[in-house]
Design a protein around this ligand. Structure first.
Ligand code: NAD
Length: 397
């Protein structure tokens, strides 16, 4: 097992009580395994009794901890959630963590997916997480807790009936974070990446054939985000260990494992000494980027309440972290660059790509809401200059 090979602490989540929905197979199985390895009490809330019992038996046998429990449930049903709540409170007295992992994935063009499949997708992919959150939140407010959502990629053709509710789950997570700020409950999302579970494999076959693309070519287009199923599940568990770092953010299993030093990013693996970096140019570009962002950040603070809220929420959605945290990241990099420590900046290509995408997105928004033609031309020019600066730094890294 990956965690064992890495000598990961067997006590990292000792005696924490964790509810994992859809833990009977796929990524949920590996996540249950990782939680059990770390000493947590795991309740697998799964609709499929056979899969749930099988998983429970396998993991309890593997570690001999007997800390994996199974509760058969359809999470879209409020009455069954009441029963689950009662069961957990009686057996474990409280709940520390919920991982909203269960999903159904109806496939097909929007007009072809039956309305009952749309309803089921809403039930499992959105209603279930809302019901569970509502049910456990009051008691979590007394004991503290962590709520983890599991988003997918962007809305994709032939997957709308699934992805739309997954996108809504991210909004649910973001809003919950704001409502819970200042409490002892942490909320964030962990995207597993593309993981070749049975569900994902059949989804790819349908999308590829609908788009008339060879399945292999489709997989090639996903190459950068493909992650081994064990690592995807371990990512959930390690994110819980380091939950404070992710509160209010959207991260991925891959990123979580990098952050914990369990894997090395492919980009970092490249031998940086091979790259001839012009550090004066790097410094000048980086300084421009920092100044642009800091000025923008300051101007956001002066906006009226609703507008400020809209901008900051949109920033977080696009960048995967709040503007405050991004500012802190830039400040840390800035002080490192002043001390001629370049490693972290050299490894921040992804971050600059994301910021560039954010400015592209701002440009798109601008076309819709700026009615003054002169202002529109000026603002578009300004955003283009920021995008160009980012492109220059991306090219260097
Ligand atoms: N596999 C991927 O590439 C990928 C990519 C992005 C996001 N995700 C997300 O990761 C999570 C796990 O994905 P997976 O590929 O392992 O899926 P999976 O289909 O293997 O597992 C989902 C589990 O949810 C259970 N489930 C379905 N309906 C339920 C209900 N009403 N109540 C309780 N349990 C129910 C299923 O029985 C199954 O065991 C999902 O939330 C999925 O959206 C997966």
């Amino acid at each position: 097992m990956f965690l064992e090979k890495n000598n990961y602490s067997r006590n990292a989540l000792l005696n924490k009580t964790i509810l994992l929905t859809g833990g009977g197979g796929g990524i949920g199985y590996e996540a249950s395994r990782a939680f059990s390895y770390m000493g947590a009490n795991v309740i697998i809330a799964e609709i499929d009794t056979e899969k749930g019992r099988h998983t429970q038996g396998l993991i309890n046998k593997e570690y001999g901890n007997d800390n994996v429990d199974f509760f058969q449930i359809d999470i879209s049903d409020g009455k069954q959630i009441d029963e689950l709540y009662k069961y957990i409170m009686e057996k474990h007295t409280h709940l520390d963590v919920i991982v909203h992992n269960a999903a159904v994935v109806p496939m097909g063009a929007i007009e072809k997916v039956s309305i009952s499949d749309w309803d089921q997708s809403y039930g499992v992919n959105l209603r279930g997480p809302v019901l569970l959150t509502q049910k456990f939140l009051p008691s979590m407010k007394n004991t503290g807790g962590i709520i983890v959502f599991v988003p997918s990629a962007a809305v994709t053709p032939y997957m709308a009936a699934y992805e739309i509710f997954k996108s809504a789950q991210v909004e649910l997570c973001n809003t919950l974070f704001e409502e819970l700020s200042g409490t002892n409950i942490m909320v964030y999302s962990v995207a597993p990446g593309f993981v070749k579970t049975d569900t994902a494999i059949s989804a790819v076959e349908i999308v590829a054939s609908s788009l008339e693309i060879a399945t292999d070519d489709f997989y090639k287009s996903l190459e950068e985000v493909i992650l081994d199923v064990e690592l995807a599940g371990v990512g959930y568990a390690v994110s819980v260990v380091n939950a404070e770092k992710y509160n209010g953010q959207m991260t991925s299993s891959y990123q979580v494992l990098i952050d914990d030093g369990l894997i090395i990013d492919n980009m970092i693996k490249q031998d940086n000494t091979q790259i001839q970096v012009d550090y004066d140019r790097l410094t000048s570009l980086f300084t421009s980027i920092v100044n642009i962002f800091f000025d923008q950040y300051q101007s956001w603070q002066k906006k009226k309440l609703f507008q400020k809220h809209f901008i900051l929420t949109d920033f977080k959605k696009q960048m995967g972290l709040p503007a405050d945290s991004f500012k802190k990241q830039l400040e840390a990099l800035q002080s490192q660059s002043q001390n001629h420590q370049w490693d972290n900046i050299l490894n921040s290509k992804e971050m600059f790509i994301k910021l560039q995408r954010f400015y592209e997105h701002q440009k798109d928004l601008l076309q819709g809401y700026e009615k003054n033609a002169v202002q529109l031309a000026n603002d578009t020019k300004l955003l283009n200059s920021w995008i160009d600066i980012l492109q220059d730094i991306i090219d260097i890294l």
